[in-house]
Write a protein that binds this ligand. Structure first.
Ligand SMILES: NC(=O)c1ccc[n+]([C@@H]2O[C@H](COP(=O)([O-])OP(=O)(O)OC[C@H]3O[C@@H](n4cnc5c(N)ncnc54)[C@H](OP(=O)(O)O)[C@@H]3O)[C@@H](O)[C@H]2O)c1
Length: 321
């Protein structure tokens, strides 16, 4: 089968279009014929092996899975003997390793049936954003109706899900974005927007019951100034240096947490069917909009990865297979 392959960690220059064997189907997996695969920061972390800390799980010197890509939408081609709930021909989407290929092995507990309202391109970019975005709002912040919620990075892949899910939960949402994305934040349903180039959202002028930090770089002491005395900070984003990727800021917040009235939390998103089914419900209810996508053919994966790194293309990036 055709696939994007990498023999060593790296960015767009480390991958090539190649032929590899189609994998046999274990009893507990399904084989999905990939129609579209998301190009996102999650896939990029696995591709580059950065922060280096993650190589403890993904392979120390070279990537254990040689095909990049962590999310897909496609059609089930074959079903393992022990799998229930899915059948050959079902249209599904979810998380798996090695989605930049014609076929990928997927776990039934990390996939769901694709909502009919979405194209495959739109569905392919959702798992990554749904796992982090919905879990931040529903499982970690537990956003309540009427609460004031600040979303830092409110129009990015994850942030756009956070804004819409917080609105769906009945919150008054303020989205922090750059100057070009103010209207996009309003279109997602944000009640207020802040341009991070024009205003310091941590100056304490406004305080929030919940801050969901998707951007992932603002110091915790500043974020605390924008929280109510009993407010909750949920750190979703964690960009930083090549070694530990900003985890020190998140761990610092967790260590401080027991000693203050505010609640400071970080989390690693879980890949699971329950979150995708939650997303399916929000899509069906019209509470999450289908994302705007920009597609590239599989053979152009390097260009897509380059554009993601350069933030050169608006919308969510997708490889069509
Ligand atoms: N916890 C987890 O398990 C988990 C899971 C998935 C992702 N993540 C992390 O979530 C983060 C975001 O990922 P993503 O894919 O959503 O990224 P993305 O699509 O690139 O979005 C980044 C967002 O940050 C905003 N931003 C840029 N500079 C900013 C600044 N100075 N102040 C405030 N906001 C700023 C951007 O706004 P403009 O575009 O308008 O500039 C954009 O909305 C990454 O760190 C990723 O690793 C964590």
């Amino acid at each position: 089968m055709k696939a994007i392959v990498q023999d060593h960690y790296g960015n767009a220059t480390s991958i090539r279009f190649d032929d590899i064997d189609r994998p046999p189907v274990p009893d507990d997996k399904v084989l999905v014929q990939v129609v579209a695969a998301g190009v996102d920061r999650g896939a990029l972390h696995f591709m580059t092996g950065q922060p280096y800390l993650m190589r403890l799980g993904t392979g120390l010197r070279t990537p254990r899975v040689r095909v990049p890509g962590v999310s897909y939408a496609g059609r089930i081609e074959a079903v393992g003997a022990n799998v229930t709930g899915f059948a050959v021909g079902d249209e599904v989407y979810g998380a798996a390793r090695g989605t930049y290929a014609e076929y990928v092995l997927a776990s039934p507990d990390k996939m769901a049936h694709k909502p009919t309202q979405l194209t495959s391109d739109q569905a392919a970019v959702l798992p990554y954003a749904a796992f982090a975005g919905l879990q931040a709002v529903a499982d970690h912040a537990k956003v309540q109706p009427g609460e004031r919620v600040l979303v830092i990075g409110g129009t990015g892949a994850v942030g756009s899900v956070v804004v819409q899910a917080a609105k769906a939960a009945g919150a008054e949402v303020t989205a922090v974005t750059g100057p070009h994305n103010q209207d996009a934040a309003t279109d997602l349903g944000a009640d207020h927007t802040i341009d991070y180039t024009q205003a310091d959202f941590t100056d304490g002028t406004h305080t929030y019951d919940v801050i969901i930090d998707v951007f992932g770089r603002t110091p915790t002491r500043k974020l605390r100034r924008a929280l109510t005395p009993s407010g909750r900070l949920i750190i979703a984003g964690g960009e930083g240096d090549r070694w530990i990727g900003g985890i020190q800021r998140q761990l610092g917040a967790v260590l401080l947490n027991p000693f203050i009235g505010q609640s400071l939390r970080m989390f690693l998103a879980k890949e699971n069917t329950a979150t995708l089914e939650h997303m399916n419900g929000l899509i069906a209810a019209g509470k999450v909009q289908p994302p705007h996508t920009h597609t590239y053919p599989l053979v152009d994966a390097a260009n897509a990865v380059h554009d993601l790194e350069a933030a050169a293309t608006p919308g969510r990036l997708v490889l069509t297979v």
